[in-house]
Design a protein around this ligand. Sequence first.
Ligand code: AGP
Length: 584
Amino acid sequence: MCEIVGYIGTREAAPILKKGLKELEYRGYDSAGIAVLGRGGLAVEKRAGRVEGLSAALRGRCGIGHTRWATHGAPTAQNAHPHVCRKIALVHNGIIENAHTLKEECLARGEKFLSETDSEVVAHLVARAYRGDLLAAVREACSRLEGSYALAVLAEDGKQIVCARKKSPLLVGKGEDGCYAASDVAALPPKCEKAYALADGDFAVLGKDLALFGADLCEKEGEEVVLERKEEGGLPFGFRHFMRKEMAEIPRAMANSRLEIKETGDFSRFYEVLCHAEYIQIVACGTAYHAALCFEHAAEKFCRVPVEVTTAGEYRYRDPIVPKGTLCLAVSQSGETADTLAAAACAREKGAKVAALVNVLHSSLARAADFVLPTRAGGERAVAATKSFCAQLAALYSIVHALAGIAGREAPPFSLAKEAETALVRSEKTARWASRFAAARSVYFIGRGADYCAALEGSLKLKEISYLPSEGYAAGELKHGTLALIDGRTPVVAIATSRALAEKTMNAVSEVRARGARVYLITTLPELVSRGEIEDFVLLPPCEEEYSPALTAIPLQMLAYHTALACGNDPDKPRNLAKSVTVE
Ligand code: AGP
């Protein structure tokens, strides 16, 4: 997604901006640019492609930088930020929803546009309003904007950077050598000693000092964020990719993410709400949505509490019914996913208590929720979520356990860290399956019950990094239409961890085998692996079937990883995708 950095101080800005952008690179982008204010005025460099290609030669001690993930207009140098209009240079993250109308207005005034982006119109509005007071001009421009934005703006004749924020994340910080702006803590250098999260509608001025302002332009105190940067280091010896390194961290991520939800202690307020929750709604996107589906299965089975899971982008627009006593869980690794933020706000407006299950504690979602439930997976740099999924499951299964206790029911305790170690070792054999998968036209993942949720996640992972068309399917549904697509060139991954449902899944295996498909089995049930219909298998340690997605995810992630390599793709940086999706 688009990322912003800014610096003003006593050092050369360009190397600091480049370093900050490099730290955020893993989140996905397609073009980059910086603008530096030096003795000779404003110098801008923009390019399609990687940050490395930007030179650090622009001289000056004040500058802004940007990586762009194309939404309006192709990923070209022209569409890259910063956008310049007369004395103003600007970087923007978010989407200006009324850009078309505003642009028409500018065009009618005879103004010329150089890009196809929605962002350039903001530079025009600021330039029009600028009469020597940049903060006032940015504020005036923002009052015309609909949509979401994080902005860093500088004026050629000024000695400051003005930042503004609505719905898109933005931090500002301060150290001995100057002031900083960044979309995320990871881009703030160690020299930045204090950082503040801009609240919605707020502004900041970075100059000799740092000043924060509310929407009324009255100066205000900032909300300080914890500068936790230790997990964002390089790739340790022995790993070629962050994705593989992060998978190796799954056992620790799961162990650290179990929550002690009880009457006393840190989560006692949440426990109180849980005691009175009559209905649970979960909003999430992508992998986090699949973790929520796994929770639904376990919670309904063990606790008999009704749970409704909706992808966040759908929830917010369907005018959802939020019954009294609803607890809304918003699940997100980054805590910055625009759809999840909006869905959580919608649930809250309709009277639900909102608990944010997030991996990034200083995130917007954490700040907007009534309760924060942390997953402690550590920083995740690969775009494909791996350890954060298993950590989300560990935390969600802790909630299942607490809920069951409240309902006077029994739920087996969850602890699969040891089993996950074994799963990692046993999953390596999927490397041998990869060449056949890489050559396939399409792939199916099938399962029933909790295994169906795992199948959805396995399919998403494969699509994301191998770019192969694939589908996760309820095993019993195949015969209602999709079986028509199965032939000898279709690898099928069957997931079977439920003794009660295993034979039913194996019926579906027989059906696809009869159409020539090769079947790869992922199971915890030793009796299934000697079946003649199976091409190969990963046998996982025994585990409670409702919790099994935390284990079956591991060979599925590993298969996706090896297939991506067999396809010649970089699994850490899949094309077109971003780590945190901060636009709708
Ligand atoms: C997972 O591999 C994906 N990168 C994606 O589906 C992700 O889970 C989704 O965008 C939600 O992100 P979040 O957890 O940060 O909200």
